[in-house]
Ligand binder design. Structure first.
Ligand code: PEP
Ligand code: MG
Length: 873
């Protein structure tokens, strides 16, 4: 029979899938003898069962829950619902992957009109008991009964006003009792039922609410953003309460064993004395730095520091720990591998190798390749900083630099970002509702909250610049303004944020690319030692090529030549070529383009030195180079002295119904061989020129796009070789070069053995291969793919992550057929998937020699290739 509930002492850290991250780690801490308040975990399987049973908790699961509750009562000698010595519990969600702020927590469950009296007596602290009850009704009302939180806040504020109380702590027991009465009335009015007094009913309702919150919109957005599958479900942890709000020797806090922003090996975190549970994380009161605890409670601090050290060594990773101190006694409430910025991830991984805690391969596996993206983002230009006017300073919650127009709610941010604006989200404090705004914003600024507030945690996870807890900021979210002193900033005004210092500046400040060295370099060197795949880049200009080389590119896998045709001084000649009526006219126009193309290629060869360079012959349909609006056609007709009517007719003629499947790719070289000749000439001439000038070996790779049949390639290859030989004869020079093709038409994949007769290399153009395998137009798929993802037909957009089942099968087939014909055929990929870590792993597995991606993704690809090698040994 399936077991749906586990006591903490029955589990361990390996049971994450079943117990969720939080549950598995509570079990592990219990196992190794740390002071964890006892409790039990209702499994993720129970959550899935709940959905299978039509949102009902099954009888047998309820039975297991209450059996475990009974054991818990015996263990700590308190009883659920007891009027003298009541057991109170917390109920928290715990998914397999941590989802900060996405799911809900309930504290003090078990309180009712009777147990609150018992608790007051047992603790000899009436005020504390009623304050706990007040908080419980509010939390339960908000999370379980879905009564808007502000309605509870309103009651609390009113009572404070009547009694001239500034702070919650100034409220008397009687005031709290009044509030509780009002809360209960509110509950009755809103839910049409009395506040549940039976603790067992409270418990089941709370567990059910956690299960339901797995599918609340915020959780769904978070999962989508972080590629967390929907079917995992969440576990629920029921744990006996300890109280951080029992006076001056009690408190609560969160701490990381190392600094999650920089990786520095030093306890980093915050605590609040006389506070409960979520007070620290929610950012409602500003907490004190953890180091301060050493002065406040030296013994507890020492004990905590020892536990932190023990946990880090036990898990062999940086830990993010939650703790509570109840009357001077320390309790551990959670530990998990800490979320960290890319900088911290790299520094911690490299430091831990040096400290002999982990080996190099583990270090490589610790860093998510996509996380490196954060490091490749810009910082402020030093020069521009000199003129910058600082307005205020907050906490440096998440590093980076951001400039943009300010907006005060998530929706406005999303709207402005959709209009192409760079935007900063400014909030009093963020909550999970703001997540979409946070995704769309360049940076986030909050007036409240500490380094572990929602804004800070989520922004760090996203690699987004965030300045939090900016105390001088007077934010009015309704009027959409903020004030600092007497300066007013309105919606749409520019500000700039420095996430490394916490500084906030007026206006927009120029940003610059980062330098990558130190531990980043060390880690990249380790990755390079481990990986089997070479990493090339897709670059069309010497500038892009230089950036890619700086990031470690070992060659160019795709140089798209069409971008060169669009430049202003060339476009007239390109258009003349397209509009030519005779071969002679076309050759004359192409002759004008030749020197430009030769210089383009020479620039790239110079930048790349002896590294491989693959240049692709012209690919897009010709009409893309012609104007389509009447005014533009008129202007062009004057410029090139062709009548408007004649020009318009040609433009119409060249228009295609399905241009992606039309007159493009190698079909251009078949119909207009002169284009292929000109491009070949330019490549060979440039290579010879640079080879001589720099005295280096250059062996260009000429790539033919969109081949579907052997014959196409045979004809074009002959033409390339003939043209290249003529150039070499003319220049009286020799040059080695290769001719190969892209595999981007399904027919090419399934006849790859035939095609390999004429191709020295294959490069998979998985953009077109995906388009043609699915029959989805690349330009139109964006309209329906989101719906496909929602309906779970696709887990991910197949244009971003390779469809390994279908498109991947074609690739595998092409690799095998290609090799059967030509053993040493060179194999690579140059579609967008060449920069996607999962797709890179697939390329490793099917035995490609290289992947090619955009310059900024080169370090990501280097790391992903190393991880693929380690994971598939
Ligand atoms: C491809 O199709 O994958 C490719 C790289 O070519 P393009 O994107 O230029 O069509
Ligand atoms: Mg293509």
């Amino acid at each position: 029979m399936t077991k749906y509930v586990y006591a903490f002492y029955e589990g361990n850290k390996e049971m994450k899938t079943l117990l969720g991250g939080k549950g598995a780690n509570l079990a592990e801490m219990t196992k190794i003898g740390l002071p964890v308040p006892p409790g039990f975990t209702v499994t993720t399987q129970a959550c899935n069962q709940y959905y299978e049973d039509g949102k009902q908790i099954h009888e047998s699961i309820i039975k297991e829950i209450f059996e475990n509750l009974k054991n818990l009562e015996e263990k700590i000698a308190k009883k659920f619902g007891d009027e003298k010595n009541p057991l109170l519990v917390s109920v928290r969600s715990g998914a397999v992957f941590s989802m900060p702020g996405m799911m809900d927590t309930i504290l003090n469950l078990g309180l009712n009109d009777q147990t609150v009296i018992g608790m007051a007596k047992a603790t000899e602290n009436e005020r504390f008991a009623y304050d706990s009850y007040r908080r419980f009704i509010q939390m339960f009302g908000d999370v379980v009964l879905e009564i808007p939180k502000y309605k509870f806040d309103h009651i609390l504020e009113k009572e404070k006003q009547i009694n001239h109380a500034e702070l919650d702590t100034e409220l008397t027991t009687q005031n709290l009792k009044n509030i509780i009465e009002e809360y209960k009335k509110l509950v009755k009015k809103e839910s049409r039922k009395d506040f549940p007094q039976d603790p067992k009913e409270q418990l089941l309702m709370a567990i059910q609410a956690v299960f339901s919150s797995w599918n609340n919109p915020r959780a769904i957005v978070y999962r989508e953003l972080n590629d967390i599958p929907n079917h995992l479900g969440t576990a629920v942890n029921v744990q006996s309460m300890v109280f951080g709000n029992m006076g001056d020797t009690s408190g609560t806090g969160v701490a990381f064993t190392r600094n999650p922003a920089t990786g520095e090996k030093k306890l980093f975190g915050e605590f609040l004395m006389n506070a409960q549970g979520e007070d620290v994380v929610a950012g409602i009161r500003t907490p004190q730095p953890i180091a301060q605890l050493e002065n406040t409670m030296p013994k507890v601090y020492k004990q905590f520091a020892d536990v932190a050290n023990l946990l880090e060594n036990h898990y062999k990773d940086m830990q993010d720990i939650e703790f509570t101190i109840e009357k001077g006694k320390l309790f551990m409430l959670q530990t998990r591998n800490g979320k960290r910025t890319a900088t911290a991830a790299i520094n911690v991984a490299v430091d831990m190798v040096n400290e002999k805690i982990i080996d190099k391969e583990t270090a490589i596996l610790r860093i998510e390749p996509n996380q490196l993206d954060q490091l490749l983002h810009p910082t402020f230009e030093e020069k521009a900083m000199k003129e910058a006017t600082k307005i205020t300073k907050g906490l440096p919650a998440s590093p980076g630099a951001a400039t943009g127009k300010i907006y005060f709610n998530a929706q406005d941010v999303v709207n402005a970002a959709n209009e192409g604006e760079k935007v900063i989200l400014v909030r009093l404090e963020t909550s999970p509702e703001d997540i979409e705004g946070m995704v769309a914003a360049q940076g986030i600024l909050t007036a409240r909250g500490g380094m572990t507030s929602h804004a800070a945690v989520v922004a760090r996870g996203m690699g987004k610049c965030c300045v939090a807890g900016c105390g001088e900021l007077r934010v009015d979210e309704t009027k959409k303004v903020f004030k600092v002193g007497d300066k007013i900033f309105k919606e749409g005004d520019y500000i700039s944020l420095d996430g490394n210092t916490g500084n906030v500046y007026e206006g927009s400040i120029q940003t610059q690319d980062p330098e990558l060295s130190g531990n980043f370099g060390t880690l990249m060197n380790w990755a390079d030692e481990m990986r089997k795949l070479k990493i090339r880049t897709n670059a069309d200009t010497p500038k892009d090529a230089a950036v890619a080389v700086k990031f470690g590119a070992e060659g160019i896998g795709l140089c798209r030549t069409e971008h060169m045709f669009f430049e202003e001084e060339r476009i007239p000649a390109v258009r003349k070529m397209i509009l030519s009526k005779t071969v002679e006219e076309r050759v004359a126009a192409l002759d004008k383009l030749l020197p430009f193309q030769k210089n383009d290629f020479a620039g790239i060869f110079k930048e790349m030195g002896e590294r491989s360079v693959t240049i692709r012959l012209l690919d897009p349909p010709l009409h893309e180079f012609l104007p389509h609006h009447d005014e533009d056609i008129k202007a062009l007709s004057k410029q090139i002295e062709i009548s408007y009517e004649q020009l318009k007719e040609t433009v119409e003629e060249l228009k295609e119904l399905n241009p992606m499947l039309g007159h493009r790719g190698c079909r251009l070289s078949i119909t207009y061989p002169e284009i292929c000749e000109m491009q070949t000439k330019a490549i060979i001439m440039a290579a010879i020129e640079v080879k001589k000038e720099k005295n280096i070996d250059i062996e260009p790779e000429i790539m033919v796009p969109l081949i579907g049949s052997e014959k196409e390639l045979e004809i074009i290859k002959d033409l390339i070789i003939k043209t290249a030989n003529e150039v070499m004869d003319e220049m009286d020079e020799k040059l080695k070069f290769k001719v190969g093709t892209m595999i981007e038409v399904p027919r090419a994949a399934v006849t790859a053995d035939e095609i390999a007769k004429h191709a020295e290399f294959f490069s998979f153009g998985t953009n077109d291969l995906t388009q043609m395998t699915y029959g989805f137009s690349r330009d139109d798929a964006g309209k329906f793919i989101p719906e496909y993802r929602k309906k779970e037909i696709f887990e991910k957009d197949p244009f971003q992550r390779l469809d390994q089942v279908g498109v991947g099968k074609l690739m595998k087939m092409a690799v095998e057929l290609g090799k059967s014909q030509r053993e040493d055929i060179k194999l690579g990929i140059c579609g967008e998937h060449g920069g996607d870590p999962d797709s890179i792993e697939f390329c490793h597995k099917i035995g490609l020699h290289y992947v090619s991606c955009s310059p900024y993704r080169v370090p990501i690809a280097r790391l992903a290739a190393a991880r693929a090698a380690v994971q598939n040994k």
